[in-house]
Design a protein around this ligand. Structure first.
Ligand SMILES: [Zn+2]
Length: 292
């Protein structure tokens, strides 16, 4: 009987028995079977699969499998181990956008810091997340496998790391975004693109030392926070540099995301909520009117 080699990547392994996970499996098949049939025979739902590589070449489910073929099976949005040359033809460059669940607020802020559009509300229900995913083509980020298991979730990623700094690195790695970082371009609170603003326009709102020491400012069109390269900026820049550097390096051989090399401590010392943007942007107009 002919045999096929199969290897399932990342969360697709959750559908396999423990002993079959994360390694090449050898399976007999009936001559004439398609890729969809040999994959489906292992119990992995086809709608969770984004990409099939047969002997390193992209293929679809109707591909006839031959004796000795090697089939790599990647979940939706899986990107590890896939070189640019083997991407499915016509696959768009990812202008990827995220929506994070209620437990991933820190990750959302860090993705924004890195320049990635990530919606977040601390009161989103699962249905809210799914609606945003559908309506805006966003990828749901969550640590809740139950949510990802819902049939309606077609674009989702289960974040393995528990530390926020590691989570950001994991997402950047996972979606192959190390070349797409655009740090310090989004408001960390509102997710909106920052715009340059003249010092003269906001000088009244600045604390005296900031007024004295800084010339360049950006402002969020939503919350009107001002951003400048103040005291927190160095720490943030270290974080960005670290993510850039670490994400360009493949994770150690056979490392699972759960054990991905942790970022150094320094990286995790991002300022929490509070006076912070890149510096300390909470100073709004001094008059006490309600902000709009
Ligand atoms: Zn804002």
């Amino acid at each position: 009987m002919p045999t096929v080699q199969l290897r399932f990547y990342e969360e697709l392994n959750d559908f396999l028995p423990l002993q079959d996970r994360k390694k090449w499996l050898s399976r007999p098949f009936d001559a004439g079977a398609t890729a969809g049939e040999v994959v489906g025979a292992l119990g992995v739902p086809l709608d969770r699969i984004d990409l099939l590589l047969v002997n390193g070449e992209p293929a679809d489910f109707s591909r006839k499998i031959l004796d000795g073929d090697r089939v790599g099976v990647y979940p939706v949005f899986e990107s590890l181990d896939i070189g640019p040359a083997t991407r499915l033809p016509g696959r768009p460059l990812r202008d990827i956008r995220f929506v994070a669940d209620v437990h991933l607020g820190k990750l959302a802020r860090q993705l924004r810091l890195l320049g990635f559009d990530c919606l977040y509300r601390n009161d989103s229900s699962d249905n809210d997340l799914i609606a945003v995913m559908k309506n805006e083509g966003r990828v749901v980020l969550t640590r809740d496998r139950r949510l990802l298991g819902r049939k309606a979730v077609s674009r989702g990623y289960c974040v393995r790391s528990e530390m926020p700094g590691d989570q950001a690195l994991e997402v950047v790695r996972r979606f192959d975004l190390s070349d797409a970082l655009r740090p310090f371009t989004l408001c960390m609170e509102c997710n909106l693109p920052l715009a340059e603003v003249g010092k003269e326009e906001i000088v009244e709102t600045l604390p005296p030392l900031v007024r004295r020491d800084f010339e360049k400012f950006h402002q969020c069109p939503g919350c009107k926070r001002n951003y400048w390269q103040g005291s927190h900026f160095d720490g943030m820049r270290r974080f960005v540099d670290e993510v850039r550097r670490e994400s360009a390096i493949p994770p150690p051989a056979d490392a699972e995301a759960e054990t991905a090399s942790p970022l150094q401590k320094s990286v995790l010392s991002l300022p929490k909520e509070g006076p912070g943007g890149f510096a300390s942007g909470r100073h709004r107009r001094p008059n006490k009117r309600k902000r709009r």
